[in-house]
Design a protein around this ligand. Sequence first.
Ligand code: 5GP
Length: 192
Amino acid sequence: MQLLKDRIRKDGKVKEGNVLKVDSFLNHQMDISLFQEIGKEFRRRFEGEEINKILTIEASGIGIACIVAQSFGVPVVFAKKTQTKNIAGDVYKSQVESYTHGRIYDIIVSKEFLGPDDKVLLIDDFLANGKALEGLADLVQMAGAQLVGAGIVIEKGFQPGGEIVRSKGIRVESLAIVEGMDDKTGEITFRE
Ligand code: 5GP
């Protein structure tokens, strides 16, 4: 998606440790007209697929997922991150290792909001090592729901997540795939 790549080149900041900061338009301040274009693009890519629910993970996935959901006309459920040890049995629970914070946390979704009738599109801002997507896919499987695919705004193609998740047979559509980035020069290259 050219509009997105141009925006990443213009406003993205490359940090040490292979972290791309897109705080000015994606995951702190949010450019809603860009989000609307992102929503339309996911709608186009998943044309013909039956989708009745979008699942994302707090916090930075929520804003994007809401606008994307508007173009699909379906509700959004977000997996909550929790450290609570004793959670009642009315939730599905998985675990995710955080890329940006380097720790493991539980993610939960209420059984009330995900079940066998659901045809789910996963949405997230980044795909790096694939842990967040794997955790979300786990929740979908536990619920007996159908996983239609995953829509990712920025995939870091030089990290293994994309390959791991695709090799499990999950369809992943990424709107921008970063091939490499240099924290000294700030240069970002994309896969065509
Ligand atoms: P994964 O689970 O695929 O390793 O990482 C995905 C999650 O880590 C995303 O939900 C995102 O919040 C965060 N993340 C991974 N890489 C980056 C990055 O380069 N920049 C930012 N801002 N977040 C990232």
